[in-house]
Write a protein that binds this ligand. Structure first.
Ligand code: GDP
Ligand code: MN
Length: 381
């Protein structure tokens, strides 16, 4: 799960990392009010789950409350990487003497957090890694030991020769590492961390991705989820415990179990088709899941056929069949449906579906996938 910059800054602040003050607004009028309260020049920043906001015109400096209002008006009309801007952060504008990069990600290959630092901050780290790899310092640290004093100092002095500044950077690094571990993040990034002309080190930007699988340990962080950033489909799927990921093809897939879902997608590709989604309805037998799955999939105008691949274990085929009948009763489904049902209660399931017109039954996965591709109009050229 991603959280917004203003939320990430609160998390950093709570861990002792210096961040600027600021407040969130949804209208240009609110922005003007906040700017007046703050006094002096401000920066207005789009709050969307995307990097590169600066380049996209989503970060603007304003000298007066009136200017802040105008800038906010423009920013609140933006779409950044397909994401509409609904909120902005208003913060005092700071003077910058230097911009650094600090970031921590999980290195899955090493099974350790990887901390990365660079003196080349304010630009995307991928670009630094590509164009100036020698300017990027990487170090794995142990999640239980944390980033130790000498490790933090070594990294900080690699990017800042001045002792006073590098001591502050080292302190931020240790706090960032602690934060990353404490909140079960998969990414924690400060880009840029700035040095002000007065010699202060401050996190000017903040980015945190949380590990969904650990969110149950952090109800306070789970509550930061912004419903504005979720599509209706995403929300419906999440609330019913469906794993749904939209893809670019035209074969909608409804499958129980992540492994079978992957195998189904592989097979669709194998026979020359393109899956429109990954969708795992999970192991339980709730007919509502099937209804929601069909609703989500048929909303995608690219879908030309729906492929059901159900291997009944804990999931009972008759429940899936009932869900399907219910869905077809509730939703107008214009595309052909191919279904392969095997396992627990498959006979009962097939019996229920016999009455339903417009369904194509298949015995094997190969057959089901090939039929779905054929009914979707053949393999794409
Ligand atoms: P991003 O583009 O989404 O990463 O947004 P950032 O928050 O990193 O802002 C992009 C750039 O805007 C920063 O690298 C800074 O150069 C600039 N910027 C942001 N806030 C301020 C500020 O308070 N003062 C000044 N002078 N520049 C700022
Ligand atoms: Mn940034």
């Amino acid at each position: 799960m991603n959280i917004h910059e203003f939320q990430a800054k609160e998390v950093f602040r709570a861990h002792g990392i210096p961040v600027p003050d600021g407040r969130v607004a949804t209208t240009p009028e609110e922005v003007a009010t906040i700017a007046r309260d703050l006094g002096g020049p401000v920066v207005v920043k789009a709050q969307v789950h995307s990097g590169g906001r600066g380049k996209a015109g989503g970060v603007k400096l304003a000298a007066t409350p009136d200017e802040a209002r105008h800038k906010a008006e423009a920013i609140l009309k933006l779409e950044i990487q397909g994401l509409p801007v609904r909120k902005v952060l208003v913060a005092p504008a700071l003077d910058i003497a230097h911009e650094y990069y600090l970031g921590i990600v999980l290195d899955r290959a090493q099974g350790l957090p990887l901390i990365m630092v660079s003196r080349e901050g304010g630009i995307e780290i991928e670009q630094v890694a590509r164009e100036k790899p020698e300017a990027l310092f990487r170090h794995h640290f142990h999640p239980v030991l944390g980033l130790r004093e000498f490790e933090a100092r070594e990294l900080a002095t690699a990017i800042e020769p001045d002792a006073k500044a590098s001591r502050q950077i080292a302190a931020v690094l240790r706090k960032l590492a602690r934060t990353y571990v404490d909140i079960d993040a998969s990414l924690a990034e400060i880009n840029p961390l700035i040095l002000t002309p007065a010699g202060e080190i401050i996190a000017l930007d903040a980015k945190i991705n949380l590990d969904d699988n650990a969110l149950f340990r952090h109800p306070d962080l789970a509550a930061l989820r912004d419903p504005d950033t979720e599509t209706d489909e995403d929300r419906a799927a999440r609330e019913l415990g469906l794993s749904f990921i939209k893809l670019e093809g035209n074969i909608g897939c409804v499958v129980n179990g992540a492994g079978l879902a992957m195998a189904t997608m592989d097979l669709v590709k194998h026979f020359g088709g393109e899956p429109a989604n990954f969708l795992d309805i999970g192991g339980s037998s709730d007919p509502r899941k099937v209804v929601t799955a069909i609703r989500i999939i048929t909303k995608d105008p690219q879908v030309r056929a729906v492929l059901f691949n159900i291997f009944g274990g804990i999931t009972r085929c008759d429940d899936v069949a009932r869900g399907l009948v219910e869905a077809i009763g509730q939703i107008k489904v214009d595309v052909p449906i191919v279904i392969r049902l095997v396992g627990t209660n498959e006979k009962e399931g097939r019996e229920i579906l016999r009455e339903v017109s417009g369904l194509t039954a298949a015995e094997t996965m190969d057959e089901a996938v090939q039929k779905a591709i054929e009914l979707a109009g053949g393999t794409p050229s």
